[in-house]
Design a protein around this ligand. Structure first.
Ligand code: PDD
Length: 279
């Protein structure tokens, strides 16, 4: 088996040889942003949308890195490995400073790291369990920052309780999952919380809204109270690595009739078709 190459600051090298300084601000402060970009059948999925979000994040953290789409493609495409479903992980940190200091360093070169991994097959059809937890995160959740300690503690609490995800509740309303967006079917309408600073603007979320509108599935961007979530006939989690994952048990109670719902079946079929045609 040949060793997998990763990209680090202009070089392709084996994973074990990719090293960064302990003074890298991504390591010291989580001072960095990232993207997770799926690739199906060798094509990067919704690439422009991922780049747009990356650029928005770079701007939000005041990190001037401006590569064109073509330049990013040149960097990332050689990393793609064989297989139907993979994802590129791309991280940009503020770089290595001379010393640890909270303020931005002067003349610092950003660190750019990328690698490719297979997306493991996931038995979505059976549905998963989720629990609700208090959304203890900060007020900049729209930035895809690597500063993810709150998210990982929340996800781990869910795992400890035998659940696949934590659905986060802020002031009585659902925001998103620890690493996913949420959708609910309430009174026959597909609803997802609106884009605010309280959620990550998920690319999968946008694709689902687009597919719903194009296929006469009624969809709304609106708040979802905890009570409404508990009454929903379907709940889904969406992300680039898990696609659309139906939640059949929420807080140990069945969602709807406890089975994967018909709206999910329809949307999942549309999504699987869309993956084949959109590069
Ligand atoms: N996470 N919300 C959060 C907090 C996320 O971390 C993610 C994805 C999403 C869904 O976004 P998208 O559809 O663009 O993947 C929403 C990725 C997969 C991760 O951190 O690995």
């Amino acid at each position: 088996m040949h060793e997998k190459n990763v990209y680090l600051n202009g070089e392709y090298l084996p994973l074990a040889e990719a090293k960064i300084s302990v003074l890298d601000r991504g390591f010291l402060f989580g001072d960095s942003v990232y993207e997770v970009i799926p690739a199906y059948f060798g094509n990067l999925f919704c690439f422009e949308a991922h780049l747009q979000r990356l650029n928005d994040g770079l701007k939000a953290i005041r990190l001037p890195v401006s590569y064109t789409t073509e330049q990013w493609l040149d960097i990332l495409q050689p990393l793609l490995i064989e297989g139907d479903a993979q994802y590129i992980y791309l991280q940009i940190t503020r770089g290595v400073a001379d010393k640890r200091d909270h303020g931005f360093p002067l003349n610092c070169t950003p660190t750019i790291f990328a690698m490719c991994n297979a997306i493991a097959p996931f038995a979505r059809e059976q549905g998963v369990q989720a629990i609700t937890l208090d959304d203890v995160r900060w007020q900049l959740c729209h930035i895809k920052a690597t500063t993810l300690l709150a998210n990982i503690l929340l996800r781990q609490k869910a795992i400890d309780e035998g659940s696949a995800e934590a659905i986060l509740i802020k002031q009585g309303y659902a925001t998103e999952g620890a690493a996913s967006n949420i959708f609910a079917v309430i009174d026959g309408v597909l609803i997802t919380p609106p884009k605010t600073n309280e959620i990550l603007p998920g690319i999968t979320r946008d694709v689902i809204i687009h597919l719903a509108k194009a296929n006469h599935i009624q969809v709304e961007e609106d708040v979802i109270s905890l009570e409404a979530l508990q009454q929903a006939s379907e709940i889904w989690l969406t992300s680039s690595t898990r696609e659309i994952l139906p939640v059949t048990i929420l807080d140990h109670e069945p969602v709807g009739n406890g089975q994967v719902g018909s709206v999910w079946q329809a949307m999942n079929t549309l999504f699987q078709e869309y993956k084949q045609v959109v590069a």
